[in-house]
Design a protein around this ligand. Structure first.
Ligand code: SPV
Ligand code: MN
Length: 627
């Protein structure tokens, strides 16, 4: 270790902890740790080599610091953030670039030199009175072509606790790789804390900054506590992974990964990309299937097949709406002993928790994301404050779930049979539809994904937002390039996974939902059969849809429910005006995006032609039997 770094580190680290860094022996790592110790001035720093004692000590620190409180079920804790810090801060999350690039869409990029100077200025002395934790993790399974080593510096024991649940510990991997390790760097500080009813909360929300330095492969996150802003390995690392994937010819996606169980014990793996709050986690948790992951997957080509891994090993899931009938497996995990963090839900005095959409009577009072709470409490805009925040979450390791797929840690990943894209769409897409081929799927499904805004995000409800591959919030390369990479990826495959769309949010003209939450179990079974060519489909202008008889028997098998022809007709009628309007919107967007692959406009134009033809023959709303 260089003398200068040794001096700085010695002042804040125990001899044993210094030795942990020396065992890795990576000069860039030493420099990184020393630099931020010098700048942020924590009272002390701890290096963890991932022993159970260290991990349990840090977990205890989260409680001692006031970031978490114990609940009555063994292993459960509750954590709160500042009332204005309970979601991803898109405005203050910026990607730093040394040369301005035309990304096609506004990705909130800014000049690197100025932004680094700004954020480092704000970081001066920011950890005074705090302990800095130095932690090692890997994205993806260890010792695998998929894995990416990461170093997290944070003064939050809650962030460490969350990462211990969500990611594979990486100290061993760093010692194995030594100075060969090419790693991603994350530095986080909660900033100055305010102590109140909800614990130790970040005070200076106005100085919240989440800066992703693409050239420096470093993320700065300060004055925030919400996991999506602070847990470096989650969406912050995804920006780097997308860049690496772009350079190396693979895909880094906002996708679940699950095993769908077909006839004769066959398991077919699917990945699925949906914007936040569109049913991604609940799909991956369908009863009867097995989960590999619910949020981020890496896809690589091995022997001309797609193999995929879950980047994580835990779940940071939305808790709103989780109840014993719709999500029985999560519900069970949340009501049994185990290491679980609840955030921004209601904590009544008896040590239980309560959230919106739970099937239990609502408590009269308690402490929630807004502080002291009763059902009458209103916010500054005179709106009733719900019992829990719409983005309230639970964090747990997947091993707590009874439906965990055995392949989670397979360093080779799983072979992918199908890819699903889903958004919140009240009037256009059918509940499930297969694309004609890879290119058609990339362009008209993933690349045309839109989602209607919900009450969970700021701004107007029901506005359609373009969100290609549900990954737009995390892109770090030009959008045209990103889509092109998908097209080229498919061209290298012998037998590409089938691409499907799903829509759980279809309504009739009166605004009634056309599906029940559990219907997705049937769509999954149908897609599984399609991957193996075991069920026929109807060819419509927009894709391939199920036949009534097949769904009827799948509803019977999977849900023990009768499925009527009337329901089928409502759900699968081709809605020509809405489909044409959608193509129009998507065409307009791609026209404005530089470097759009020309095939996008021809595939969309062909789809439009097919719809116009059909309209001539059959009118605006066409029953599937017409095709
Ligand atoms: C999402 O919003 O898509 C999440 C949670 O998975 S966050 O970590 O905030 O991205
Ligand atoms: Mn997500």
């Amino acid at each position: 270790m260089a003398e200068r770094e040794r001096e700085i580190l010695k002042a804040r680290l125990s001899a044993a902890d210094l030795a942990k860094l020396e065992r890795i022996g990576h000069p860039e790592l030493d420099k990184f740790v020393a630099k931020y110790i010098e700048l942020c001035e924590p009272d002390k720093a701890l290096v963890s080599s991932d022993t159970p004692e260290e991990i349990s000590f840090i977990r205890g620190e989260a409680i001692r610091e006031g970031a978490e409180r114990k609940l009555k079920i063994e292993g459960h804790t509750i954590h709160f953030e500042n009332y204005d810090d309970q979601g991803r801060d898109k405005a203050n999350t910026k990607i730093l670039v040394s040369k301005m690039v035309d990304f096609g869409l506004d990705l909130n990029a800014t000049d690197r030199t100025d932004a680094v100077a700004e954020v480092e200025g704000l970081m001066k002395g920011i950890m005074k009175g705090h302990t800095l934790f130095v932690r090692f993790y890997t994205l993806g399974p260890r010792n695998s072509v998929f894995s990416i080593p990461c170093v997290q510096l944070t003064d939050s024991a809650y962030v460490c606790h969350s990462e211990d649940l969500l990611y594979r510990n990486g100290y061993e991997e760093f010692t194995r790789l030594g100075r060969e390790a090419k790693f991603l760097k994350f530095v986080h500080s909660q900033g100055e804390l305010e102590r109140g009813l909800t614990g130790a909360i970040t005070k200076n929300i106005k100085l919240r900054r989440i800066y992703i330095d693409l050239d420096g492969q470093t993320v700065y996150s300060i004055n925030t506590q919400y996991g999506g802003n602070t847990i470096g390995l989650k969406k912050l690392a995804l920006r780097f992974a997308i860049q690496a994937a772009d350079k190396e010819g693979w895909l880094a996606e906002h996708m679940f990964l699950m095993g769908v169980h077909g006839p004769k014990r066959r398991v077919t793996y699917f990945s699925g990309a949906y914007p936040s709050l569109c049913g991604k986690t609940s799909t991956s948790m369908m009863t009867g299937e097995t989960i590999v992951g619910d949020d981020i997957a890496y896809l690589k080509i091995v022997d001309r097949q797609v193999r995929a891994v879950n980047v994580e090993k835990g779940m940071f899931g939305i808790i709103q709406g989780i109840n014993s009938s719709d999500d029985p497996l999560i519900w069970k995990a949340l009501h049994n002993p185990g290491d679980i963090i609840f955030s921004n839900v209601l904590a009544p005095e008896d040590g239980s928790v309560h959230w919106q959409g739970q099937d239990a009577p609502m408590p009269e009072k308690g402490i929630n994301h807004s502080g002291d709470w009763t059902p009458e409490k209103k916010d500054k805009k005179d709106k009733k404050i719900p019992v829990s925040h719409p983005n309230a979450r639970f964090t747990l390791a997947l091993k707590l779930l009874s439906n965990l797929d055995p392949e989670l840690d397979n360093p080779q990943g799983v072979e992918l049979g199908g890819i699903i894209y889903g958004g919140r769409d009240s009037d256009t897409w059918a509940p499930v539809e297969e694309s004609f081929d890879w290119t058609h799927g990339v362009i008209t499904k993933g690349g045309s994904l839109e989602s209607e805004t919900t009450a969970a995000t700021l701004g107007q409800e029901g506005v359609r937002e373009f969100n290609p591959m549900a990954n737009v919030d995390f892109l770090s390369i030009p959008i045209g390039k990103y889509i092109r990479n998908h097209l080229e990826f498919g061209a290298r495959l012998q037998n590409p996974p089938k691409i499907f769309s799903v829509n759980y949010f279809l309504r009739d003209k009166q605004g009634n939902w056309l599906n029940q939450k559990t219907d997705k179990a049937v769509w999954l079974k149908w897609m599984e059969l399609r991957v193996h060519g075991e069920v026929e489909a109807i060819k419509t202008p927009t894709g391939l849809i199920p036949k009534y008889e097949d769904l009827k028997s799948l509803f019977e098998q999977a849900l023990k429910r009768d499925y009527s022809q009337v329901d089928y007709l409502k759900q699968f009628t081709i809605r020509v005006p809405e489909s044409l309007a959608k193509i129009g919107r998507i065409q307009e967007i791609y026209k404005m995006i530089a470097d759009t692959p020309p095939i996008i406009s021809s595939v969309l134009a062909e789809q439009k032609e097919r719809l116009l033809e059909a309209r001539k023959k059959f009118g605006d709303y066409i029953a599937p039997e017409k095709f």
